[in-house]
Design a protein around this ligand. Structure first.
Ligand code: FAD
Length: 274
């Protein structure tokens, strides 16, 4: 098999690594201790073209192929902060690809374009206190009332959750089970929405992970993403890229640990030997 990375991919890799090592890595510990990182990290990554690397130019992207996303996930590990990487990948590769795929021009304008520019923070709201892997049985409901949906429920473990400007939200709109799930673009300035708490974790410390509540939140019906009651399929489509990018980042992180362990072992002298 031919090497998938061209000279252009390698140039993106060099520029990205230099940026990540210069702008992110020096703050790794400070941001872990703070439990958050500055919003400007999103805009900075957008400015170097990292957030929209594989999106069409019409939405502010660079129209790169998926190998650029592989480079992105691999090079982010040089930030030395898994929480920041998680937040950036949710922003650009988990909460937003499905809007690009099936969103209306209005949804792209209101949510996707500002997210890829780093101006609006995006979250993906699928998991709930009683539904993680079991997406088909999520309990948050969206009831159609006139030309609005009224949303009630809770979402758990939501990355970027304490400060997201919008959530790509999975809700139940129909019969129980996978045939009754829909996706919505949900702006968080809606009445009845509340960040219940920021969750304590043992890792990914700089990433804010939140428990969110929705009480009679009314959003326009035009915020439905894709087809009503087809959301389970949309979520599973989105998971392909989401899980892949997480796996690539995990492998790159492990490789970094092996490389650094070897270097440390070879540099360190103890008992009079290297
Ligand atoms: C740091 C962090 C950030 C997260 N960010 C987000 C986010 O931004 N948005 C979001 O929606 N969610 C997010 N999540 C939630 C994450 O996607 C869920 O934790 C995950 O889907 C698993 O769900 P669960 O925790 O309910 O575990 P469960 O589904 O209860 O699984 C528990 C265990 O049972 C196993 N299991 C589950 N089903 C089966 C089965 N049918 N057969 C055999 N074994 C099974 C699982 O493999 C696992 O080992 C985040 C989680 C963490 C920890």
């Amino acid at each position: 098999m031919e090497a998938p990375f061209t000279a252009e991919h390698e140039m993106f890799r060099r520029n990205l690594r230099a940026y990540v090592e210069r702008e992110l890595a020096p703050h790794a510990l400070e941001w872990d201790e703070a439990g958050i990182f500055p919003r400007e990290v999103f805009t900075g990554m957008a400015e170097i073209g990292a957030l929209g690397i594989n999106y069409p130019e019409e939405v502010g992207g660079s129209a790169g192929d998926y190998w650029y996303v592989v480079v992105l996930a691999e090079e982010l590990v040089h930030s030395r902060n898994a929480g920041v990487n998680m937040a950036l990948l949710v922003q650009s590769q988990m909460a937003t690809p499905i809007i690009n795929e099936i969103g209306t021009p209005e949804q792209k304008k209101e949510f996707l374009i500002p997210a890829l520019a780093g101006e609006k923070i995006a979250a993906l709201g699928i998991s709930e206190p009683d539904a993680g892997s079991d997406v088909a049985n999520l309990k948050t409901t969206a009831r159609k009332v006139g030309d609005e949906y009224v949303i009630n429920g809770a979402k758990m473990w939501i990355t970027n959750g304490t400060r997201a400007d919008f959530i790509t939200l999975a809700v139940s709109t129909g019969a129980p089970g996978y045939g009754g799930i829909s996706l919505m673009t949900f702006p968080t300035d809606v009445k009845g929405f509340a960040v219940s708490k920021k969750l304590e974790k043992i890792g990914n410390l700089a990433s804010d992970t939140a428990l969110l509540f929705f009480e009679d939140c009314r959003i326009p019906a035009r915020y439905l993403l894709g087809e009503e009651n087809q959301g389970f399929y949309h979520v599973m489509t989105n998971f392909q890229g989401e899980r892949l990018v997480a796996a690539i980042g995990a492998v790159a992180g492990m490789q970094q640990l092996v490389d650094e362990s070897l270097r440390y072992g070879n540099e360190r002298g103890t008992f009079g030997k290297p």
